[in-house]
Ligand binder design. Structure first.
Ligand SMILES: *Cc1c(COP(=O)(O)O)cnc(C)c1O
Length: 485
């Protein structure tokens, strides 16, 4: 035998690594437990940024040294969405149990695609639970993916491949007798357009229907457009309704979109990345009932189920169509009836990705820890907080509500007599930047009807009612310090 040491990446000293692991857990718990008293965000100093310009190290250093660098350069400059007053974009907080589950999943490290092992059963159970959350038929199929964008393109791929009798999967889009057309609203998330581009439809085949004063799709215009596209010899094939738009949390008239899709034989997809889970809040459940009859629905668990990044879910009503859109069995993935290659149908038959992590575990452990009722109460709490914020805004003559509150998004701005639109924009932009830079709170901004507005989107499990009082107080304090020339 040649005289060389067997190489491995396992620790040289297991006891020291174990101790370091305990230290990491302790540091995380200290971080979470004190997060309310910490600044939500701080700018990254240039010296720290320089660290991220360095080339790949030729030689390794001790785990303790590596961790020290993490604590110095990375940990302190976090995005802030774990903080109780993070309200930017639509970003979830995560939970300690979710994080620990991710650690366990990573430690087990099963590639959760194929084979007879526990993760496959957990994944299947979680997908079944996702159907239950949506009150979707149990015969439907589904898949956990990285997030809403991936969930949407997965659904639209099934819609495209199962269109008519054209055999698009086999022959490509050229098999269709004319251009396929997809319908959504001007408020629809950009990932729908991207998906349409990637699945070969092209930007021009995305019809962005206008919205009413509540930012919901105009149904009459939709129907008119479908009829006129049909007259022009085009092939309308899918309607995308949104349950909770990114800008204002608006809900498209899903019942009516469902009816129109049935009338004209179109696939009905719901992008509920943010707001499908509002089904658990009795206030919103009736308006989201149509999701149960949609051909497909996409929703995120890293937003409103507060699960750590990343995980989203696609559900497809017709499991056969779902499988037919993706199933393929190369020689190296043959399934057996026994042994390690036995067990459940390969998950790769339901999506594009082959290798998959054990992302189901964090959902499984979280739902077991808290139960569905608690999640329903949490989602309702976020919605009530948004309504409370709107009340505070409406009670204050220096503030103006910029859109009707829907779900957990509140859009408002500060106003001062005599300021032009341009000056109001400068004022509110400065308020936003100072809120973030002073580490107080993190709303984001958007433009509604040409007007710059502060936007508070709340899928935060740490937010309390009093955080809304604090936010309003601070907006007014900062706004009154700013002199607009
Ligand atoms: C967040 C969001 C998406 C995109 O989901 P990701 O998880 O960020 O990929 C799509 N649509 C809506 C309505 C969203 O809120």
């Amino acid at each position: 035998m040649p005289e060389n040491k067997n190489l491995t990446l396992d620790p040289e000293n297991w006891d020291e690594m174990r101790q370091l692991g305990h230290q990491m857990i302790d540091d995380l718990f200290d971080y979470w437990q004190s997060i309310r008293d910490q600044k939500i965000w701080k700018p990254i100093p240039e010296e720290v940024k320089d660290q991220f310009e360095k080339p790949i190290p030729e030689k390794g250093q001790s785990p303790e040294e590596v961790y020290k660098e993490f604590k110095e350069f990375i940990f302190p400059y976090n995005k802030g969405n774990v903080h109780p007053r993070f309200f930017a974009w639509i970003q979830g907080t995560g939970t300690p149990m979710g994080v620990l589950a991710d650690l366990l999943a990573s430690g087990m490290n099963p590639n959760t695609t194929i084979g007879e092992h526990s993760a496959m059963y957990v994944d299947r159970q979680v997908v079944n639970w996702c159907k239950e959350l949506m009150n979707y038929p149990q015969e439907a199929s589904g898949i956990l993916v990285s997030g809403g964008s991936m969930a949407n393109i997965t659904a639209l791929t099934v819609a495209r491949n199962s269109f008519g009798s054209e055999k698009i999967r086999q022959k490509g889009l050229k098999a269709a007798s004319a251009q396929l057309i997809i319908y959504c609203s001007v408020e629809t998330h950009s990932c729908i357009q991207k998906a349409a581009e990637i699945i070969g439809l092209g930007t021009d085949s995305v019809r962005k229907i206008s919205v009413n004063e509540r930012y919901e799709m105009n149904v009459a215009e939709l129907e008119h457009q479908i009829i006129s596209d049909k007259k022009a010899g085009l092939l309308p094939f899918a309607i995308v309704g949104t349950s909770g738009t990114v800008n204002t949390g608006a809900i498209d008239p899903l019942d009516e979109l469902l009816k129109i899709s049935k009338t004209y034989g179109l696939w009905f997809h719901v992008d509920g990345a943010y707001g499908a889970l509002a089904k658990l809040d009795p206030v919103y459940a009736p308006r989201l009932k149509a999701i149960e009859e949609a051909d497909s629905v996409a929703f995120d668990l890293h937003k409103w189920l507060y699960v750590p990044y990343e995980v989203g879910c696609t559900l497809i009503r017709d499991a056969k169509k779902h499988r037919e859109a993706f199933a393929i069995t190369p020689n190296y993935l043959l399934q057996e009836s026994r042994g390690l290659s036995g067990g459940l149908d390969s998950i790769n038959n339901y999506g594009f990705e082959l290798s998959r992590g054990f992302k189901a575990l964090k959902i499984w452990m979280s739902l077991k820890e808290h139960g569905k009722e608690k999640y329903a109460a949490m989602i309702a709490q976020n919605n009530r907080q948004a309504e409370y914020l709107a009340d505070l805004v409406n009670q204050n003559p220096e503030l103006e509500l910029m859109a009707p509150v829907s779900m957990s998004i509140t859009c408002f701005r500060m106003i001062k007599p005599g300021l032009s639109e341009e000056q109001l924009k400068d004022l509110n932009r400065e308020i936003l930047l100072r809120l973030q830079e002073e580490g107080i709170a993190s709303p984001s901004s958007t433009i509604l009807n040409g007007k710059y507005t502060l936007r508070v989107a709340n899928v935060n499990q740490r937010t309390r009612m009093e955080d809304m009082d604090l936010l309003v107080r601070e907006v007014l304090r900062i706004g009154n310090q700013i002199v607009i020339a």
